[in-house]
Design a protein around this ligand. Structure first.
Ligand code: GTQ
Length: 343
């Protein structure tokens, strides 16, 4: 850079100004250039470490005993994509993760163990592997696990939150509930009875953008995928893929996060696609290979992997496989920034 320019840049920097022409191509790139990298967390390699967290700190002291899955391209950001967070939460028999609420929306995808519960709006939902559970923005929520005598076992789930998105908007609020757990005022299954059977209370108004169903049981999603596959509904890119819906709107279950479940038959070799919604996958069943950009990952049951925005993704299955996934698709769609390409 010539001296005249360098001196000028120093002068304007003192007035909190900078020359756009030095950064225009970075600020307005011809296509997305994600800092986030394709990455995988293989459960076989991290499970012991997740369980060891149980001896390091109690759920009560930790408030949330979670190992954050941090994208290697976003160091120090506690983010798996620029807008989304992922973590593995452990709750041991007899423990409680105390009640709080925050403006960030959360999803729980149960990985292993059963019998723990999460409470939202006075209703507890029992967790089972493969269940997709929602904690809507600004609702009190606590998690708990029955004692070992009552059949409690260590339960691990994937937390998906819009923490980085909310942080980028400076819109985070949080508070603690005065008690460890919120009062239980409704029987388990109450919300599902009201909204989970393709029916809804007659006089219910739609005012909330978040689905009134807290728990989408795996059994039902799995059965739907199975039936569609048997009928021959196999997409060359996606296998059999369904999105979860808010039954009151037909839209996404949460305002900021979309969730999906897909089935890939044994031997499936998917074609390549890409999209601007960076996506986090969790393997529910099976094993196979994910090609994401230049990366190639072998995935197995319970692994978590992430595909950054606009990176070509190609999935193949060695055994019949089921993948859960979530992304910020509702945000991109609402802002007219969703682009997809099937290659
Ligand atoms: O369970 O409320 O992984 O507030 C991060 C923040 C879980 C939760 C996380 C949270 C929670």
């Amino acid at each position: 850079m010539n001296e005249h320019r360098a001196a000028y840049y120093e002068l304007i920097a003192r007035r909190q100004m900078a020359p756009l022409w030095e950064s225009l191509h970075n600020l307005v790139p011809p296509q997305p250039k994600p800092q986030a990298k394709a990455a995988i967390w293989q459960y076989a390699q991290i499970r012991d470490l997740v369980m060891q967290a149980g001896a390091v700190i109690s759920a009560e002291e930790a408030v949330r005993r979670v190992l954050v899955l941090e994208n290697p391209g976003l160091p120090g950001k506690s983010s798996i994509t620029p807008s989304l967070y992922a973590g593995l939460q452990l709750i041991l028999p007899g423990e409680i993760a105390p009640s709080h609420r925050h403006t960030q929306s959360a999803l729980r995808f149960i990985i292993e163990g059963r019998g723990a519960w999460t409470a939202v709006n006075g209703e507890r939902t029992t967790m089972r592997p493969g269940d997709f559970i929602i904690t809507p923005s600004w609702t009190w929520h606590d998690h708990g696990n029955p004692s070992a005598e009552d059949g409690g076992e260590p339960v691990v789930w994937l937390d998906g939150l819009d923490i980085p998105l909310v942080a980028s908007l400076d819109a985070g609020f949080a508070e603690s509930f005065p008690e460890a757990t919120q009062p239980v005022t409704r029987p388990e299954g109450y919300s599902f009875a009201r909204f989970g059977h393709n029916m809804a209370p007659v006089r219910e108004r739609v005012s909330d953008p978040t689905s009134p169903i807290f728990s989408y049981p795996y059994e039902r999603s799995r059965e739907a995928l199975d039936k569609l596959y048997r009928h021959g509904d196999l997409d060359a890119w996606d296998g059999v893929k369904l999105r979860y819906v808010n039954p009151m709107t037909g839209g996404w279950p949460m305002p900021t996060m979309a969730t999906f479940m897909q089935y890939l038959p044994a031997g499936f070799q998917g074609r390549t696609s890409r999209s601007t919604d960076a996506t986090v996958y969790c393997v529910v069943e099976g094993h196979g290979t994910a090609h994401i950009g230049d990366a190639e990952f072998s995935f197995s049951k319970h692994d978590v992997f992430v595909a950054p925005s606009w990176q070509p993704v190609r999935l193949s299955a060695l055994a019949e496989s089921v993948l859960f996934s979530y992304s910020d698709r509702p945000v991109l769609a609402a802002l007219n920034l969703l682009r997809e390409e099937r290659i």
